[in-house]
Design a protein around this ligand. Structure first.
Ligand SMILES: Nc1nc2c(ncn2[C@@H]2O[C@H](COP(=O)(O)OP(=O)(O)OP(=O)(O)O)[C@@H](O)[C@H]2O)c(=O)[nH]1
Ligand SMILES: [Mg+2]
Length: 444
């Protein structure tokens, strides 16, 4: 059965993404911060090839793939990496809309084990929307190298949802992850998620709006979360929300009145617009801190000193751009000059072969036009193209991959962000440009 709108809530999904599932399949969203290994988990489980690489922002739209675990079918949806669900960017909107309105049966929030506390912000925001969450703490191999120890039992207790450690690149822990996902989707209400407690004025404001909208939402969305979004007016959400519900909550005068009353309460405490938003974020950050406090241990408190030192060189105002220019110029110089030697060798070899082919054709006594077309035409052109194009590509792509794997490319994005912003773009687009260049030159 092909599927779709009714089964999964088409208004919720990324434009163009129609969930293809068979009867009984469960839809699982793979959410998480950028560059934590969501696509790696997705690829390992589905056998597909979503683009992965060591820089954030590779996945920009939702992609789906099927995985069968213990006889049960799962449709995994790889969604773009985001730091929050507050929809500050197009990717955040795509991610938030899928989690809120795509009606996934569960959301797996993939986290980076080496900076778990930072990743908790997204986990907590997701838990606010749905209780059907499994936390996948990925990059455990990296955490081990940095002597970071994680008490999974404690973390699970603190969050009230299943937590699983994985090293997706080597497939470790993925079976356990899918076992927990299976359990969660088979038996509902087995989680008891943590509640984020906001400060007193925000809690009071929520208490005014939530009861008014609860009935109208009829359990389709978390009323506490929607109340907070209505109070902290989020324009990007309101239209999608209206489309999903089939009516506009703000058309009801009682709702409008309660929101106004809540805002007045907040204004009395000086909590308006940015201040309100800051206050919401700081409550989430404080909760993340307390969740990780007794569950994540840094056995070497200086664990990322080397990374920070390198960051200072690669991204500082004075050294960042010169180092970037030197590295990129070095890459091009090695590619262009270095390619001359293998090019020369290749062309010597291929043209030596051309002479042998000519001798062979003469020996066969083929007409001159056959020799001209095949050897001096087809073969010679091919030999030129191979001799000229192959060596630079064979040098450039490994060098570029080295820069990518070492994590240098996100630093390039950071360095170029200011200049790109002046052209109404953002630094991450420098990486997309490189990738497009790579794709143009790379044979399919
Ligand atoms: N060491 C290690 N590296 C991993 C692991 N999982 C993923 N990676 C690497 O982490 C990098 C990012 O992986 P992706 O799967 O592209 O990350 P993503 O979360 O999909 O990134 P975005 O789409 O940009 O949000 C890649 O270089 C992966 O090879 C792991 O368990 N251990
Ligand atoms: Mg990805």
């Amino acid at each position: 059965m092909g599927l779709t709108a009714d089964s999964t809530g088409i208004k919720a999904v990324d434009s163009g993404l129609i969930i293809q599932k068979e009867p009984g399949d469960k839809v699982i969203a793979l959410a998480g911060n950028p560059n934590v290994g969501k696509s790696t988990v997705f690829n390992e489980l589905t056998g597909l090839k979503q683009h992965t690489g060591n820089w954030p922002g590779k996945t920009v739209t939702n992609a789906q793939g099927r995985y069968v675990h213990n006889g049960n079918g799962f449709i995994l949806v790889d969604i773009p990496g985001t730091y929050s669900l507050m929809a500050h960017s197009a990717e955040e909107e795509v991610a938030r809309d899928f989690i809120c309105f795509g009606e996934p049966d569960a959301v797996v929030v993939v986290c980076d084990a080496t900076c778990l506390e930072r990743n908790m912000n997204l986990v907590l925001q997701t838990i606010e929307i749905t209780p059907n969450v499994v936390v996948c703490v990925n990059l455990m191999d990296e955490a081990k190298k940095k002597n970071i120890r994680i008490d999974f039992k404690q973390l699970e207790q603190n969050l009230g949802v299943p937590v699983v450690g994985t090293s997706a690149r080597s497939r470790k822990g993925l079976d356990v992850l899918m076992n927990r996902v299976s359990q969660l989707t088979a038996y509902h209400h087995i989680t008891d998620p943590i509640h984020i407690r906001y400060n007193t004025p925000i809690e009071a404001a929520i208490a005014v709006v939530e009861p008014v909208i609860k009935q109208q939402l009829n359990g389709r969305l978390n009323s506490r979360w929607v109340a907070l979004k209505l109070i902290d007016y989020d324009e990007t959400l309101s239209n999608t929300l209206a489309e999903y519900l089939g009516f506009h909550l703000l058309d009801d005068p009682l709702v409008v009145q309660s929101i106004q009353q809540a805002r007045e309460l907040l204004a009395e405490q000086g909590l308006v617009e940015d201040k309100l938003r800051d206050s919401i974020v700081s409550c989430i950050v404080l909760t993340a801190e307390s969740v990780c406090g007794d569950a994540v241990f840094f056995e070497n408190s200086n664990y990322n000193a080397r990374d920070r030192r390198l960051d200072r060189i690669f991204t500082s105002k004075w050294t960042g751009i010169p180092v970037m220019l030197a590295l990129l110029a070095g890459t091009f110089w090695i590619t262009i000059t270095g390619a001359n030697y293998p090019s020369q060798l290749l062309s010597n070899g291929l043209f030596w072969l051309q002479d042998r082919l000519t001798e062979f054709f003469l020996w066969l006594g083929t007409p001159e036009w056959v020799h001209g077309a095949l050897v001096l035409g087809v073969y010679r052109v091919l030999a030129w193209v191979v001799a000229v194009m192959l060596p630079p590509m064979a040098i450039f792509f490994p060098l570029f991959t080295l820069l990518e794997d070492s994590g240098y490319l996100p630093r390039v994005a950071f360095n170029l962000d200011k200049s790109f912003k002046k052209c109404s773009a953002c630094g991450k687009q420098a990486l997309t440009m490189c990738l497009v260049g790579k794709r143009i030159f790379q044979p399919a």
